[in-house]
Ligand binder design. Structure first.
Ligand code: EPZ
Length: 420
């Protein structure tokens, strides 16, 4: 098993190029199942989840041709047509459930493994299945697999999601693209990655219109055209590096990301004292000498503060002067990083979905265990500003969603080594 050795404290200085967005690329890759002609997707991040999604598409009969640097992929149809998404692939990456919608729209049937829970909680797919049922599918769950069929194909319908769900919104959009008639989806998630998906589908000839803040209208079309599409930059990677600069009194230029998409986070970093200048696709951020505390960061759906940056901000607030609180509203169990941060000296109290963070922590290096993707990167951030050496185990969690993170950090002045 590989681990990171990090010697702190270090200051983040220099420039970082943000990779393509994992959470935009995954639904876009799943949507390539709708196409009869080749599609080229560019700016893919080199992360494990993308490899898993490409393996899943290949198991469903797609032909995958990757460029040398693996950032561009050409996906085309073969004569093979499979509708079985296996547990072995879906269990390692929940976004595997996103092939359900396109398989039903294209082939009118699918056997897709339930993604199962994960560290963050149960993570059911009831909202996905409820919406797809209203779009005309029937399903049974047999031995952990969703056996679904859409005899008459996807039929356009007016649907209101009972709860805002990124994945359920994406599955329904993709399914409705080839549906018969008009679909209206209300109470949609509106993360930028979903807008990237609808831009991708529209550039291939879909008829998708945002007709309200959280309402989408989709007029089904017969088929989609071949296109080349470049995926947007990664919003959470951008936020993570901005926190790293803020945490370490650093001086960082973040390139390849539109700062307008992370206003909420940048405003919070300004509130703790960071000096931030933004440009078209660039952020210049200087960390403060004294980090101010924040009262009640609350994670909610976009455009509010994202759950995927909660762990990273918690590390920042451990260094703030004074007490701060964080409320986690999206996942029922997203404080796995707390026990590990306490090993570095953090003073954090958890009460249900609330964390109370005492500031002015003087982190001392220790041996740590990664758990989920974002909790793991929070441990990296804490190790960077700890006194002495830290060891971070099970960094395969990190490799799922951060491209060459140790190379990027080393270039910014961090003493980090990957060892097995
Ligand atoms: C997406 O997961 C992201 N993953 C997550 O990022 C992100 O944390 C999450 O959205 C919230 O922003 C990808 O885009 C691949 P949801 P998703 O459906 O779609 C409950 C990362 O680190 N729910 O919006 O699974 C669910 O349990 C990952 O990159 C149901 O109850 O999130 C959760 O509590 C982690 N029933 C809440 O809704 C359902 O059918 C939000 O889930 C679906 C979801």
């Amino acid at each position: 098993m590989e681990k990171f050795l990090i010697k702190g404290p270090c200051k983040i200085k220099g420039q970082v190029n943000i990779s393509g967005s994992k959470n935009a690329a995954l639904p876009i890759l799943a949507a390539t199942l709708l196409f009869d002609t080749p599609v080229i997707i560019k700016n893919l991040p080199r992360v494990k989840d993308i490899d898993t999604m490409l393996n899943l598409l290949s198991s469903l009969g797609s032909k995958i041709q990757l460029s040398k640097n693996k950032k561009i992929v050409r996906i085309s149809k073969t004569s093979k047509k499979r509708v079985f998404a296996s547990y072995s692939l879906v269990k390692t990456m929940r976004a595997g459930i996103l092939v359900l919608g396109p398989l039903l729209a294209k082939f009118k049937k699918a056997q897709c493994s339930m993604p199962g829970g994960c560290n963050l909680g149960l993570r059911p797919i009831d909202i996905h299945l409820n919406a797809l049922t209203q779009l005309g599918i029937k399903y049974k769950i047999i031995k952990g697999y969703v056996h679904a069929s859409a005899k008459k194909g996807i039929i356009g319908k007016k649907i209101k999601f009972s709860k805002i769900s990124v994945g359920a919104t994406e599955n329904s959009i993709i399914a409705a693209c080839l549906g018969k008639g008009k679909t209206i989806l209300k109470n949609c998630a509106i993360e930028p990655e979903i807008k990237d998906l609808t831009n991708f589908l529209n550039s291939a000839g879909s008829k998708i219109k945002w007709i309200g803040k959280r309402t989408i209208q989709i007029e089904g079309v017969k088929s989609l055209n071949s296109i080349k599409y470049s995926v947007m930059g990664d919003r959470i990677e951008t936020g993570t590096f901005c926190v790293a600069a803020c945490l370490s009194e650093g001086n960082l230029i973040v390139k390849n990301f539109n700062p307008k998409l992370i206003n909420t986070e940048l405003n919070l970093l300004k509130k703790v004292g960071a000096k931030i200048k933004t440009f078209k696709n660039e952020i210049h951020i200087k960390g403060p000498k004294k980090i101010k505390n924040l009262n009640n960061i609350i994670t909610k759906e976009y455009p509010n503060f994202p759950t995927d940056l909660q762990a990273q901000f918690m590390v920042l607030l451990c260094k703030a002067h004074g007490r701060s609180t964080i409320t986690e509203n999206i996942f029922e169990n997203r404080f796995m990083h707390v026990a590990e941060l306490r090993r570095l000296g953090a003073k954090i109290l958890i009460k249900e979905n609330k964390a109370v963070i005492e500031g002015s922590t003087n982190f001392q290096g220790a041996e740590l265990m990664s758990s989920d993707l974002r909790a793991s990167v929070a441990l990296v951030l804490a190790a960077i500003i700890s006194n002495g050496q830290s060891i971070i185990n099970r960094i395969y969690h990190l490799d799922r969603g951060y491209e060459k993170i140790e190379k990027k950090l080393k270039k910014l002045g961090v003493d980090i080594k990957r060892v097995s």
